[in-house]
Design a binder for this molecule. Structure first.
Ligand SMILES: Cc1cc2nc3c(=O)[nH]c(=O)nc-3n(C[C@H](O)[C@H](O)[C@H](O)COP(=O)(O)OP(=O)(O)OC[C@H]3O[C@@H](n4cnc5c(N)ncnc54)[C@H](O)[C@@H]3O)c2cc1C
Length: 457
């Protein structure tokens, strides 16, 4: 019997453990992770595999550190980006919590450099954005870089190994809920773990699993928006006047044709586009190293869509679109913007006639208009044209669009302000898997919040 059992060792799970051992060193705490320990983590794509192999457990997303391990490690230090924590507590409290969380990253070895703190630069870029009908969301960024993220997370693993029970390579299978209260869970290895409190933090990788587990409970799921889009790759020089000052610019646009919200997401100056594998579906993402630089910059353009009754399966919707791209290309599809506008597919030959060398070489040249719904495609084209006004060259013919990028943080578990699930006592649902967050700092902060809720009980 544990005082607290944590499912998932991503940033949300790790930070809840860090807070719990700090406040209650005498408690018995279990961290269960379906992937491996951090030193054993391997992503075949990162190791040079030509395409994303159908790994049993995705090496990019599963294991100690979760999706954070091979992530770019951009800590966006604002409540406005990367999650919904401000809906559960006053903004000022979220700001304090972010500061507290950021300090822990520093304690475990994060760099002390924060980008985007010069307000004159911010004002100048904001003005240019406004003239192009774009909204700049101010977000200072601490950039760890992929290699430093691994070091920081390893230091946390070493620290927690001495103070908690960490079990890896074992997945929670079923939550045990009796009379509206959590008792523990069973695992894929046939074990049963009992705990007074369970924090469930399975990330986007485990969002589907979590929604199935809670389907017959009162912790009903709130239908969230689903974000579907592409990853854009351009020569780094095109956006340098912005990325040198802000590192990452979060820009929002409301597309004229459909009025949908399109936003830039996860910008990686001098970075690489990478392939991900979500339960056998290949999708695209991006990252950058602190020291190793490419000549390209990449960022996602995501179109947010909130579905209404009776539709209840936004995750499946996103997966369906991604599967179409997989069906046509065998994995990730890439198209030059010029070919898209001309209504023709990109071919290896057309790709060669380009000033841009793709960083994801395994992507297959193809036609995104056969994959993306018209509504999404139009919004993406309109957003690229708007971005071109503040960074001429974004909508150039050789700009590369990789598809599909989908964010599966769709269904949000119904939780109260303590992040305890409504209807299942002593069960806390946090991080990306609960649809509560979308980024490292808020996922980590949600862990601290859940831990404190348990401690304060
Ligand atoms: C390539 C990439 C780059 C990114 N870059 C950034 C960035 O620069 N900045 C930023 O803010 N965010 C970034 N993100 C997003 C960020 O990584 C996530 O928001 C964050 O990791 C979410 O934390 P989490 O703990 O909620 O979930 P995760 O990090 O996804 O961790 C969940 C963990 O739970 C485990 N798990 C799932 N189901 C089970 C189960 N049934 N039993 C046991 N364990 C289970 C998984 O194996 C995983 O390890 C990036 C993501 C990716 C993939």
């Amino acid at each position: 019997m544990y005082n607290v059992a944590i499912i998932g060792a991503g940033p949300a799970g790790i930070f809840s453990a860090l807070e719990l051992v700090k406040k209650h060193p005498e408690w018995k705490i279990l961290i269960l992770e379906k992937g491996t320990r951090i030193e054993k983590r391997k992503c075949m794509i990162r190791n040079g595999a030509p395409s994303c192999p159908p790994c049993k457990k995705c090496g990019l997303l599963c294991g100690w550190g979760g999706a954070g391990a091979f992530s770019d490690g951009k800590l966006t230090l604002t409540p406005d980006v990367g999650g919904h924590l401000s809906e559960y507590m006053p903004r000022q409290k979220v700001e304090e919590l972010i500061k507290y969380t950021d300090d822990i990253y520093l304690e475990f070895g994060a760099t002390d450099v924060v980008h985007g703190t010069n307000m004159e630069d911010v004002a100048e870029i904001e003005r240019a954005a406004t003239l192009a009908e774009l909204k700049l969301v101010y977000s200072p960024v601490r950039h760890l870089g992929t290699e430093r993220s691994l070091i920081v997370l390893k230091a946390m693993q070493d620290y927690l190994s001495e103070k908690t029970d960490i079990i890896t390579d074992e997945a929670a299978k079923h939550l045990i809920i009796e009379n509206g209260e959590i008792r523990g869970f069973t695992t894929d290895k046939g074990n049963t773990y009992y705990a007074e409190n369970v924090i469930v933090a399975p990330g986007r990788e485990g969002a589907d699993w979590l929604s199935h587990e809670l389907a017959n409970t009162d912790a009903e799921l709130v239908n969230n928006a689903v974000d579907v889009g592409v990853r854009v790759e351009i020569p780094a020089a095109v956006m340098e006047h912005i990325t040198d000052k802000l590192y990452e610019s979060k820009l929002i646009y409301y597309s004229p044709t459909f009025g949908d919200e399109v936003r830039t997401f996860c910008m990686n100056p001098h970075g690489e586009v990478v392939c991900e594998n979500y339960n056998g579906i290949a999708t695209v993402n991006g990252h950058s190293y602190a020291d190793k630089k490419t000549k390209n910059t990449n960022f996602a353009l995501l179109v947010s869509k909130r579905f209404t009754e009776p539709f209840k399966e936004p995750i499946q919707y996103g997966q369906h679109v991604a599967r179409l791209a997989n069906m046509l290309s065998g994995g990730v599809l890439v198209q030059r913007f010029g070919d898209l506008l001309d209504g023709r597919r990109s071919t290896p030959e057309r790709m060669r006639n380009s000033i841009l060398t793709p960083t994801l070489t395994s992507a297959t040249p193809g036609d995104l208009s056969l994959v993306l719904p018209h509504r999404h495609l139009s919004s993406i084209i309109e957003m690229l044209l708007a971005l071109d006004k503040i960074a001429p060259g974004v909508a150039a013919r050789h700009t590369l669009l990789y598809g599909i990028e989908v964010k599966f943080y769709s269904s949000r578990v119904k939780i109260d302000n303590n992040l305890e699930t409504c209807g299942v006592k002593n069960l806390y649902a946090i991080g990306d898997g609960a649809g509560l967050t979308r980024g490292l700092i808020q996922a980590s902060a949600s862990g601290i919040l859940a831990a404190n809720s348990i401690c304060n009980k």
